[in-house]
Design a binder for this molecule. Sequence first.
Ligand code: ATP
Length: 453
Amino acid sequence: MSVPSDSQRMEKIVSLCKRRGFIFQSSEIYGGLNGLWDYGPLGVELKRNLKNYWWRVMVHERDDVVGMDGSILMNRAVWKASGHEDTFTDPMVDCRSCKARLRADQIVEKKGAKQCPVCGGKDLTEPRSFNLMFKTYVGATEDESSVTYLRPETAQAIFAQFKNVLDVSRKKLPFGIAQIGKAFRNEINPRNFTFRSREFEQMELEYFCRAEEGIKLLEYWKEERLKFYGNIGIARDKLHVLTVPDEERAFYSKGTYDIEYDFPFGRQELEGVAYRTDYDLSQHQKASGKSLEYFDEETKQKFLPHVVEPSAGVDRTVLALICEAYSEDQAPDEKGKMETRVVLRFHPRLAPIKCGVFPLLKNNEQLVAKAKQIADLLRPHMFVFYDEGGAIGRRYRRQDEIGTPFGITVDFETLGEKDSALCDTVTVRERDSMKQERVAIKDLANLLVAQIS
Ligand code: ATP
């Protein structure tokens, strides 16, 4: 079997995403809108499983992190104080030949001359700053006084609410505030499927600490986050930690790591882990005139905490999960002939559907009734898909292709027709190995829950 090239692999992934309902182009019936995507029935499950697992690990399983959910629109003053209004820009270049708008860092250089990556033209404008925030108006009048922006990151809501959350949660340093939510950036050049979108979701933690703990906690969070990616099934050798060099780091950051993944289109950032010092809180304290200081009961000192921020992209991680999971192998068809099988090898914890339940035959009332009963038994514990259509092998393949880790088949032995010892047992087929084992119906929920949680 020939191994598909990276670009063929990406094409297959994009087409599978559409065909099976993971990801669609937004507003597709009207020709779409560049850089915007919708998640279909399976995509939304995958995305939810990822966000739920992040929340579980980052908030519920810890004693030192609380959550919040901020609004997308905030007072414009937030964006002035944070520096986004003045500096959240990308350098933009226009190609005078084909009129493409390009990010300056995406321009290719050939034999010392800068070239447009679209048409190869060399007639390019000088770079100029382009603010990535979407501007909008709040209220009935559209003038300067009503301007604000769709948030380009979730973090600022956490800084702006720092004092309220501190007061109500009564946490001592170090402690964190976590948030998952939408962010918007008017990217000059959205590309690589959902990788660079104009609307996306972030999972961010702001972990507040004393100045002297900052560097140590930066290392700690980088390691925690690498563990996280391992626990969702991303191979360690496809993850890379880039130490962002001094000249590329935000001026207030004392250290930043990018966690990168080997996508089929190249090595790209999944998450940034940055030690942001006390920059954000001090900016908001200055601009609002409200104290955001922390009072240390023991030393009786008041000071502004520093912060370490692991900031991950939901959509980029979903894309990495799909790229990582996509595989093709050889498996026998109904007649024993080998054929190519497409499998999404998701970690069971992330898989959109946890198990398929199949009556061996559709036209046998007893088999159908038993299978429906089993599906109902499992539904409170996991997302189950009941399928009675087509040959059993085809039904397995359909689930393999969307990454369902377990297939449960109800056959005549389940009904006790052949061997009474097998009455009320089913076969459980595991997606990757395709191995089947006989399991008592009463043990099913425990067995599966242990593997998907
Ligand atoms: P890039 O350099 O790729 O534009 P960034 O360094 O600007 O990313 P951050 O501001 O650190 O990104 O945002 C944190 C995370 O949010 C990123 O690691 C990424 O996962 C996600 N993210 C940022 N911009 C986008 C986007 N346009 N589309 C999808 N996810 C994004």
